[in-house]
Write a protein that binds this ligand. Structure first.
Ligand code: PLP
Length: 372
């Protein structure tokens, strides 16, 4: 009987800090204050100091995108460009904000937005497409998108840029934290993320104090004053319990990212000479390996062989958004028609990746990889 190394293991992050997390949760329960209180405010300060921007907590990473769009004044009658190679949440959030998603292809090596496809839709929008007012760039798997090029394209066409950092807590480009490079950035603290809560949680980051103030109102019925809605808002607040957990886990984030890099380097070495292509690293960028994704021609059979050797894997994501039943055929696309996106979906495989992976588990995975 082989013991399975899971692809991810959020429970291990609880076991690794059990005493501190139990104490933090108990402190909230004892306080009698459960939503938008001192823990949330402290987490926003601490996360903001760590990141280098003002941060506003909210219910999850999807709502963070909705809030960022609405805070930037984007909604009905606007279009927003993003990628099809992402968690469906990115695209769902655009529709939740009443805007129209326009799907852009990816660079097949880095899996991030192809700047030339973006510029092409900005120069010549698809027929009937409302004006594209913003771009949501996804730093997928924990590595920066081509931000220099995308920011230059966006500046040429006067569109706002939101960084979707749901998978990129702690990643950098040219030494600067992702999440501080554009008009706003969003984070998810879903339990498996590099910084994960034990439930849903999210945040928006921005250097614009006016936007931060609007976000604080939008997340709670548009209130700037209690019970008075100055603008139509939503309910997407950060729980005190999750904030208290996140304060504990934030202290271990940099070490967790370092361990992810160590695991990635071990995988690189184990894959040398095999048919699996390891992830490419962008120059002058620090990858935080939310996922370690290889490309393989015979992905499905390799996945089965790895499972037989006790190696859990995942596919992020098996069906691109533009081919999902809910979206197929109804969203405009860039001129490349997401061809690289569709091709990548058939070849990608995510290996086990979580900081609490033991050396024995790591060796079990590497031994299986060397046999590929
Ligand atoms: C790239 C990306 N964007 C957005 C989200 C949405 O975050 P949440 O699940 O917290 O709503 C996720 C996570 O699932 C994600 O990976």
């Amino acid at each position: 009987m082989v013991t399975m190394v899971p692809q991810t293991d959020p429970g291990a992050s609880y076991r690794a800090a059990r005493a501190e997390i139990d104490a933090a949760v108990r402190r909230v329960l004892d306080s009698g204050w459960y939503i938008l209180g001192e823990e949330g405010a402290a987490f926003e300060r601490e996360f903001g100091a760590w990141l280098g921007a003002e941060t506003v907590g909210c219910g999850n990473g999807t709502d963070a995108l909705v809030l960022a769009l609405r805070g930037l004044g984007i909604g009905a009658g606007d279009a927003v460009a993003t990628v099809s190679h992402t968690a469906v949440a990115t695209v769902a959030a655009i529709e939740m904000a009443d805007a129209l998603p326009v799907l852009i292809d990816i660079d097949p090596h880095f899996y991030t937005m192809e700047p030339a496809d973006l510029e092409a839709v900005l120069i010549k929008p698809p027929p009937g497409c409302p004006p594209i007012k913003a771009v949501i760039v996804v730093h997928i798997y924990g590595q920066a998108a081509a931000m220099d090029e995308i920011l230059a394209v966006a500046a040429r066409h006067g569109v706002k840029v939101i960084e979707d950092c749901a998978q990129a807590h702690g990643a950098t480009l040219h030494g600067r934290n992702l999440g501080t490079l554009a008009d706003a950035a969003t984070f998810s603290f879903y339990p498996t993320k590099n910084l994960g809560a034990f439930g849903d949680a999210g945040a928006v980051a921005t250097a614009d104090a006016g936007l931060a103030r609007r976000l604080r109102a939008l997340r709670q019925y548009g209130w700037e004053r209690r019970y008075i809605s100055d603008m139509p808002g939503i309910n997407s607040r950060l729980d005190e319990t999750q904030a208290a957990v996140l304060r504990v886990k934030l202290r271990g984030l940099d070490a967790g990212n370092a361990r992810r890099r160590t695991i990635a380097a071990a995988y690189d070495a184990a894959l040398a000479g095999t048919a699996a292509a390891p992830p490419l690293r962008r120059a002058d960028a620090a990858h935080v390996f939310h996922q370690y994704v290889v490309q393989l021609e015979d992905r499905d059979s390799v996945q089965k062989r790895l499972a037989a050797q006790g190696v859990g894997t995942g596919i992020h994501y098996p069906v691109p958004v533009h081919l999902q039943p809910a979206y197929a055929g109804r969203l405009p696309m860039g001129p490349r028609e997401c061809r690289a996106t569709a091709a990548a979906a058939g070849n990608i495989l995510s290996l086990p990746m979580f900081p609490e992976m033991t050396d024995a588990q790591l060796e079990q995975v590497c031994a299986a990889l060397r046999r590929l």
